[in-house]
Design a protein around this ligand. Structure first.
Ligand code: SAM
Length: 270
């Protein structure tokens, strides 16, 4: 799931979440004697991201309660430590920045896959004058609308957000957290390739996501919210493919034991 989540424990052979059982349904007028029709178990050889289904993901998130508990997969307690870690990460970036040093608010940031605006409220609106929002689920953005410092709201998935084409921004900071697992690898690369055009000089693209712990170094598909949890190696490869350079990366400390590790990356155009 693209939110704080327990690590998978049995991932030696499957790159589909071990908790997911083959789904078997009976045909409409089937009785106990007629053969069950099966929805096939995902092909274990399929690339995990090829199993992503945006409709299924939207159905899952639209049925999720618009609270921090709902958005963080039942682990609201990680929010504080996460926001503190993010704030420290950003402060370090700014301390070593020629273009956007500390002391002044950033002009414009964007919270991508924002949910109910947990990061906008807890971090971005404190460090930026205006924060735009990109989030496909309207019941989530209804919770942020009109809050101080919130700018434009785009109710769209990141795979369909074209800020370059629409002349949006420019942004000093583009924050992507616990949502990029909703995009396929190809969609993620295309999305990241669009961002340099709307990034100010010296600005950062931040990616903060769960890291797959698969013992064979593979990504893991989760059919609950139709997302993929990538490995650190996969992220780094996709960043290179996107033409971005990694300027800083840190593991989030203080996460509860048993959850996936979380890593933040700061990226800039090469
Ligand atoms: C785990 S929540 C994280 C919310 C927020 N980033 C945070 O950390 O509090 C995942 C969010 O991704 C959103 N999402 C789902 N599909 C998406 C897509 N294709 N593009 C962008 N966001 C998506 C969900 O609606 C949900 O708000």
């Amino acid at each position: 799931m693209s939110s704080p989540k327990r690590k998978s424990s049995n991932l030696d052979t499957l790159h589909v979440e071990a908790s997911k059982k083959p789904k078997i349904t009976l045909g409409e007028d089937a009785d106990e004697d007629s053969p069950a029709s099966e929805i096939p178990f995902p092909d274990p050889n399929a690339a995990p991201d090829s199993l992503i289904d945006h409709k299924a993901a939207l159905a899952y998130w639209s049925a999720t309660e618009p609270t921090v508990t709902g958005l963080l997969g039942g682990f609201p307690q990680v929010s504080r430590v996460d926001l503190q870690g993010s704030s420290n990460f950003l402060a370090k970036l700014r301390r070593s920045s020629k273009h956007l040093p500390p002391g002044k608010k950033l002009r414009r940031a964007v919270d991508c896959g924002s949910g109910i605006g947990r990061i906008t409220e807890g971090l971005l609106s404190r460090v930026a004058e205006v924060v735009d929002i990109v989030e496909p689920v309207q019941i989530f953005t209804d919770a942020i609308k009109g809050k101080p410092g919130v700018g434009e709201i785009y109710n769209v998935g990141l795979e369909a957000w074209h800020p370059d084409r629409e002349g949006l921004g420019p942004y000093d900071l583009i924050w992507n957290q616990w949502c990029l697992g909703q995009l396929t690898d190809a969609q993620l690369v295309e999305y990241l390739q669009r961002l340099p055009k709307v990034l100010t000089e010296g600005g950062w693209i931040v990616v903060k996501e769960n890291m797959s712990n698969h013992s064979l170094g593979e990504d893991v598909f989760d059919d609950e919210d139709s997302s993929v949890t990538r490995t650190d190696a996969k992220f780094r490869r996709l960043f290179v493919e996107s033409g971005l350079k990694l300027v800083s990366t840190e593991l989030q400390t203080g996460m509860p034991k048993g959850l996936y590790p979380v890593r933040a990356y700061a990226l800039q155009p090469r």
